[in-house]
Design a protein around this ligand. Structure first.
Ligand SMILES: *Cc1c(COP(=O)(O)O)cnc(C)c1O
Length: 519
């Protein structure tokens, strides 16, 4: 295809004073990258294997009758294509990733090394039990760590992510309520909750009743009390909450919800801020998911699957889903079905969970030790408070007082500048940083939520603070136009985010309009 007219021309890139577009669309050492289908041409061959006529015969009627529309490229073209695409990704290995609530911290390489040991990496879930005793022992040990760090008596390892863990915990609550012969259906969810909380409750058939946040960004206890009643199934609370604050009334909240006959679900995605410092069992929690991919440094954000184990109190332990590991005289085994007399609510997913993430998370726990985990939580909180303290004279802090693992700003500092939170975040890209979380939590106007994590050095954080201070200065100096034009240095400028969500193009079609197998 003619490279001057296809997707390789960079529409919208060359406006303004910073005209950098070249005829090729390349910039610096970054190549403009057409789709692999646009690069392929018939007859080009990547790997030269001899044809084996007998194999053709063996296929019988299943032999391919025509081309299937896959692109044909040489080996170097293929390698370059995927290498260039990988260079367009921003990654935690490339720089600070300050996304609030996401805990994008360094993934220690020792974890990766252990997860790649053939004894773990080459396992198949249907292998005979006698050949996977080591893997089952590892799951058992991970369960032990999670139970002792939280003080809870039971854990389900299988949930595949945080939101899946919420689902697991809330299904256990539903099972416990049904076992009591009750039809309680109302679940209280604070307004500052992560969006997955109300979505989870609703998807299981609970009705969601929001509790407003008080002026200090925490649950309004008086408003909560007013909502309690005999139809309450439970409460879903995030702690530390999404404003980066510890819910200091949590013991009273637990007492109130139990007194009204409900269960206390805690969204523990932010466990990284408190691990080793407080045990969720001591706070009166009945079920809580833990994002291994946040607290225990397993890769995420495109780098790997999540994993969201759920710990349970004594009250909910009878309902834990299968499979779970038990140890008997003949070694470890997985209990696979909710057998006779068992009150397990059943199975959540195929097989046993994300084995590779179990290995990484346990490697992180064991290499840090309990004291190291406690230190990591302390450093995460210290770094966030440092960011807040260094920025509070130029940006506006949403709530007074110290924060936990993330610093929350609102957009009052941008008032009358013509610059929005979105413009500010886009300008940060040109400074070389992935933006912070924007417009979340919803209870704060134009929110900017920054989570530096404990794995960043003071130098890196100081540089980042320097960029934010300079941007805040430019916004206040009336430089709105440059913010509106940002980002200028990325392969693409501003995308139409509404259309991208509403009318996503998920399938490539050739120029002639014939559909190709390119979903
Ligand atoms: C990340 C997060 C979730 C969801 O976790 P996933 O693994 O993305 O499903 C839920 N609650 C909070 C507070 C989170 O930060």
């Amino acid at each position: 295809m003619d490279k001057s007219q296809g997707r390789t021309s960079r529409e919208g890139v060359s406006d303004g004073a910073d005209q950098v577009t070249t005829a090729s669309g390349h910039r610096g050492l970054l190549m403009e990258e057409p789709l692999i289908f646009e690069q392929g041409s018939d007859g080009r061959i990547g790997v030269d294997l001899p044809e084996v006529p007998e194999h053709k015969m063996r296929l019988g009627a299943l032999e391919r009758s025509g081309p299937i529309g896959l692109p044909s490229l040489s080996e170097p073209q293929t390698i370059r294509h995927f290498t260039r695409l990988s260079q367009k990704n921003y990654a935690i290995d490339a720089g600070l990733y300050p996304l609030g609530s996401c805990t994008m911290k360094h993934n220690p390489r020792i974890n990766e090394k252990l997860a790649r040991l053939p004894g773990f990496a080459d396992l198949h879930p249907l292998q005979p039990r006698s050949t996977v005793q080591g893997a089952l022992a590892l799951m058992d040990l991970l369960a032990h760590w999670l139970k002792s760090l939280t003080g809870m008596p039971a854990v389900a390892l299988s949930p595949a992510a945080g939101a899946h863990g919420e689902y697991c915990g809330m299904v256990a609550i539903r099972a416990a309520i049904e076992a009591r012969g009750e039809g309680r259906r109302r679940v209280l969810v604070p307004e500052s909750a992560h969006g997955t909380n109300p979505a989870t409750a609703a998807s299981i058939g609970f009705t969601v009743d929001p509790i407003p946040a008080g002026p200090d960004g925490r649950v309004d206890i008086a408003a909560m009390k007013a909502k309690l009643g005999p139809d309450i199934a439970g409460l879903m609370l995030t702690n530390p909450n999404t404003c980066g604050l510890f819910e200091r009334d949590i013991i009273e909240i637990a007492r109130l919800i139990h007194e009204s006959g409900g269960y206390f679900y805690c969204d523990g995605a932010n466990f990284n801020a408190i691990v080793g410092r407080v045990r969720p069992a001591d706070l009166g929690i009945d079920a809580m998911h833990i994002n291994l991919h946040k607290t225990f440094s397993t890769p995420h954000g495109g780098g790997g699957p999540g994993s969201g184990p759920v710990v349970f109190s004594q009250a909910l332990a009878p309902y834990v889903p299968v499979p779970y590991v038990v140890h008997g005289p003949d070694g470890f085994r997985l209990v696979e079905t909710a057998g006779e007399g068992s009150t397990s609510f059943g199975r959540l997913k195929g097989y046993h969970g994300q084995m590779g993430m179990f290995v990484r998370a346990l490697a992180y726990m064991m290499s840090h030790g309990a004291d190291g985990l406690r230190q990591a939580a302390g450093d995460a909180v210290l770094n966030a408070n440092y960011v807040m303290a260094q920025l509070k004279d130029v940006m506006t802090v949403a709530f007074d007082g110290p924060c936990m693992h993330e610093a929350l700003f609102d957009d009052r500092f941008l008032k009358d500048t013509g610059v929005t939170t979105l413009d500010f975040a886009k300008a940060l890209i040109d400074e070389g940083y992935h933006p912070m979380t924007m417009y979340f939590p919803l209870v704060v106007h134009g929110a900017l939520l920054i989570e530096p994590t404990e794995s960043e050095s003071k130098d890196t954080i100081d540089q980042f603070i320097g960029s934010l201070r300079s941007l805040a200065g430019r916004a206040k100096a009336g430089d709105a136009a440059s913010f509106h034009a940002a980002p200028r240095l990325t392969p693409r400028r501003r995308l139409d985010e509404t259309r991208a969500a509403r009318q996503p193009i998920l399938r490539w079609r050739s120029a002639g309009g014939t559909s190709q197998a390119a979903d």
